[in-house]
Design a protein around this ligand. Structure first.
Ligand code: HEM
Length: 196
């Protein structure tokens, strides 16, 4: 199968939950408020999926599976931003007035949502090939904004839900791979030192 066909199918797969959310919002008796959960959670899950292959491939070595996963990492990140935007759109529908939104802005859980989205904006805007080539090393540094974006997004979740468990369950796989990466780096560092 040609590359662009595979890419198109992959984007269709990534958009599928969004299509279902929008369809059920438009056709069924579903409130915009009810769509905040699936859209926010999908954004977080896609961010995490985009962050896992780096540390995993560093610890276990770069095999075909991780190579493929790393290749689609940028798409996963852009899709995460798309779901965060959809989440914002549902929020706007739910609030139904700019004044109400401004009034809510001072609530810590809410402004943290805005901050998280703002931090995701720049990495999403420069996610295409041309920007990657033009920006060189600084491209990677800008992409690192997704880490605070995720953490702040999770705090936003905890504060609005009054429960830390769901957010922590999502963070757990990342914590594990970060620890693995740290162990791997220390081990390599020690072997290098013993060889010199
Ligand atoms: C534009 C800024 C944002 C606003 C105004 C906003 C607003 C909200 C609101 C009102 C809720 C519902 C809380 C409730 O259950 O009553 C919510 C939940 C949530 N948001 Fe956001 N959000 C924003 C950005 C984000 C971003 C960027 C992410 C992801 C990184 C995110 C992830 C979530 C998650 C995971 C939930 C929990 C859903 C649940 O289990 O109920 N939000 N948000």
């Amino acid at each position: 199968m040609k590359n662009h066909v595979i890419k198109g199918l992959f984007w269709l797969l990534l958009s599928f939950p969004a299509i279902l959310m929008v369809r059920s919002f438009l056709q069924d008796d579903v409130l915009a408020m009810d769509m905040l959960h699936p859209s926010g959670e999908t954004a977080v899950r896609l961010m995490i999926l985009a962050m896992l292959p780096g540390p995993l491939s560093e610890f276990f070595g770069l095999n075909r599976f991780f190579k493929g996963w790393l290749k689609i990492r940028r798409n996963l990140g852009v899709a995460a931003f798309g779901y965060a935007m959809l989440h914002l759109i549902f929020y706007i529908f739910d609030m139904n007035s700019v004044v109400a939104m401004l009034e809510e802005f001072t609530i810590p859980g809410i402004w943290m949502g805005w901050l998280s989205l703002l931090l995701m904006l720049l990495p999403a805007l420069i996610s295409f090939d041309f920007a990657m080539r033009r920006l060189g090393r600084s491209w990677k540094n800008i992409q690192r904004l997704v880490y605070p974006a995720l953490i702040i997004g999770l705090v936003h979740w905890i504060l609005l839900d009054w429960a830390w468990q769901p957010a922590m369950v999502h963070l757990a796989p990342l914590m594990i791979v970060w620890i693995l990466r740290y162990i791997g780096r220390r081990r390599r560092h020690r072997t290098q030192r013993s060889m010199t």
